[in-house]
Ligand binder design. Structure first.
Ligand code: ATP
Ligand code: HSE
Length: 316
């Protein structure tokens, strides 16, 4: 259930009018999603998604919404926030920050093959390039400083072997982040959470990336590694699938070849991508937010992925 705040048809229609998107003909709450209230809003002009932000604040949202607008303006298929007469894209509904975006066609591809991984690699590289002249900045709020802060909080919940792995991997990632190769990595706005459920496909055709609310400025390689760790993994076993990974890497590189520093640090950042979600899943699992509707994902999945990345480093 993902309607935490009820919106009436009158409220939705008023907003659609203010955005010049036509007369509301249907409003339907979207199930699925755990962070925000989402509605599909149909008007006589098209289909839209109305989101009320339950966690992010008015101050944090402009970075995400303007990033989406910037990317959409450069031809990347991402939801494009609608502006009112004054050019504002962040609105207020029922006292909550709100936005209206176009509804993407297609559906999630939850059992991807090489062709889907290639499409994601290709569009990811295009998105990185398109974002490189975006002029707002916000760090990845789930980056290294957050890992350093959160690991001590989750350590008491782990057995000895897990705690040893988490401590040593965190130390390793701090060491990597201090290296000259890391400083040489190209960076810019990244999605940082581009899992299978945040991409739309129509058959083999990629129709959109969405859910940009973990985006931030980070290394492009980290973003690619987050994708490799979800799209190119056999989910039940957490095992790397090299056919799908090569398809993604090749397609990415056809648009933007990896630099020498990126090739060198691919194994390390694949580990970082696994560590990031192991930590956040441990945190969500053991320290659920008050009144949260969140059904925590299994943290041990990313422990397995991390162990796999250490035992069998990924290479081009
Ligand atoms: N622009 C869009 N076009 C089409 N469908 C969308 C769009 N935005 C959201 N959806 C649909 O709504 C569902 C919930 O959206 P989303 O995943 O962003 O929820 P959330 O609660 O904000 O985030 P989370 O995935 O972190 O729980 C998606 O799975 C998707 O089916
Ligand atoms: N994609 C994340 C959840 C949202 O950040 C995960 O699978 O842990």
């Amino acid at each position: 259930m993902a309607v935490f705040t009820e919106v009436t048809e009158t409220q939705a229609n008023d907003l659609m009018q203010a955005l010049n998107l036509g007369q509301l003909t249907a409003l339907r709450g979207i199930e699925g999603g755990i962070e925000n209230t989402n509605y599909f809003a149909t008007t006589d002009q098209g289909e839209y998604v109305l989101t009320l932000f339950e966690r992010l604040t008015q101050a944090q949202l402009p970075f995400y919404l303007h990033l989406m607008k910037h990317l959409a303006g450069r031809g990347i298929p991402v939801p494009d926030p609608a502006a009112n007469r004054d050019g504002d894209i962040l609105h207020t509904v029922s006292g909550k920050p709100a936005a209206v975006v176009n509804k993407l066609a297609g559906k999630s591809q939850l059992a991807p093959q090489a062709v889907h991984c290639a499409a994601v690699g290709d569009m990811l590289a295009r998105m990185h390039l398109a974002g490189s002249d975006y002029n707002r900045s916000q760090p990845n709020l789930r980056g290294l400083p957050w890992w350093n802060e959160t690991v001590p909080v989750v350590l008491p919940y782990l057995d000895e072997a897990q705690a040893a792995l988490l401590r040593s991997e965190l130390a390793y990632q701090n060491h990597v982040a201090a290296s000259s190769a890391y400083a040489a990595l190209p960076r810019g706005p990244v999605h940082a959470d581009l899992f299978r459920d945040n991409v739309m496909f129509d058959g083999e055709q990629l129709t959109g990336f969405f859910d940009f609310y973990f985006a931030g400025v980070d290394t492009w390689l980290f973003d690619l590694c987050v994708c490799l760790n979800d799209w190119c993994i056999d989910l039940p076993m957490g095992v790397h699938d090299s056919e799908r990974a090569q398809a993604m890497l090749q397609a990415y590189q056809q648009v933007r070849p990896l630099s020498a520093a990126e090739r060198e640090l691919l194994p390390a950042l694949a580990r970082a991508g696994a560590l990031r979600f192991w930590i956040s899943r441990l945190w969500d699992y053991h320290l659920p937010r008050e009144a949260s509707m969140l059904k925590p994902h299994d943290p041990t999945h990313f422990e397995r992925v991390l162990r796999g990345r250490i035992a069998q480093p990924i290479h081009l």
